[in-house]
Design a protein around this ligand. Structure first.
Ligand SMILES: [Fe+2]
Length: 191
C-alpha cells in the first residue's frame, strides 16, 4: 500500500468514527505528518508544477473522497511568492509542509465587523517552518504563507473541495476586506 493509500484509509476511518469536527481535525494531524514524512512522496513532489498565486490562486487536486468529501491538495510555490492573506470560510484545513522552508503567518481580526468592505487585522504569528510541520487552520482563521529563497511544497487536506464558495481576503495596508472564490482546482494524478 502506498503512503497515499494508507493516508486515505486512515482519514476515512477517522471520518467514520469521530463525528466532532474539531476533534476529528486534531486527530488528522499525525495522519498527515506520516504522509509528509514518506520519502517517496517527497521524491514525487520534485516534479509537481508550481501553482499560480493571484486573486484566484491554484491548487493541485490529488484526491476527493467520494463519501466524506475531504480533499487532498498540493500547493507548490516558486521562490519568493506568497499567498494573499485570506480565510477558508467554513472549511477546516490542514496545511502540511513537505519540502522547502516557508513562513506561516496568522492574523486576528480586531474590528467590530460592522462595515462590509472593511477589516482591521493584526498579525499574531509569523513562524519559519520546514518539512514535517502541520498547521491546523480552523474555520474563519486568517493565515498567509510565504516561500523564502526556496521552492516550497505543501500537502493540504481540506474538509471539502475549495473553489465553489466565497472566502475572505484581507489587505492590512488599506484595511480592505473582500471575498473571492477559493483556489482553482487542477486535477493531478498522484501515485
Ligand atoms: Fe489557505
Amino acid at each position: 500500500m502506498s503512503a497515499l493509500q494508507k493516508f486515505i484509509a486512515s482519514a476515512r476511518k477517522l471520518h467514520a468514527e469521530e463525528k466532532d469536527a474539531a476533534k476529528r481535525w486534531e486527530k488528522m494531524i499525525p495522519v498527515l505528518q506520516e504522509l509528509i514524512a514518506d520519502p517517496a512522496v517527497k521524491e514525487q513532489s520534485k516534479s509537481w508544477p508550481a501553482c499560480r498565486q493571484s486573486d484566484r490562486a491554484q491548487n493541485l487536486l490529488f484526491y476527493e473522497d467520494p463519501d466524506y468529501k475531504f480533499v487532498i491538495n498540493g500547493l507548490i510555490k516558486d521562490p519568493r511568492s506568497r499567498t494573499q492573506i485570506h480565510d477558508h470560510a467554513h472549511n477546516w484545513t490542514l496545511y502540511g509542509v513537505l519540502d522547502g522552508r516557508e513562513t506561516i503567518e496568522r492574523y486576528e481580526r480586531v474590528d467590530d465587523r460592522s462595515r462590509p468592505d472593511y477589516a482591521d487585522i493584526q498579525q499574531t504569528e509569523n513562524v519559519k517552518v520546514g518539512p514535517g510541520k502541520v498547521d491546523l487552520v480552523a474555520p474563519y482563521q486568517i493565515p498567509a504563507e510565504e516561500s523564502g529563497e526556496e521552492r516550497t511544497v505543501a500537502i493540504i487536506v481540506r474538509a471539502e473541495k475549495a473553489g465553489g464558495f466565497l472566502q475572505g481576503r484581507y489587505d492590512p495596508a488599506t484595511k480592505k476586506y473582500w471575498q473571492g472564490y477559493g483556489p482553482e482546482q487542477i486535477p493531478y494524478e498522484l501515485k
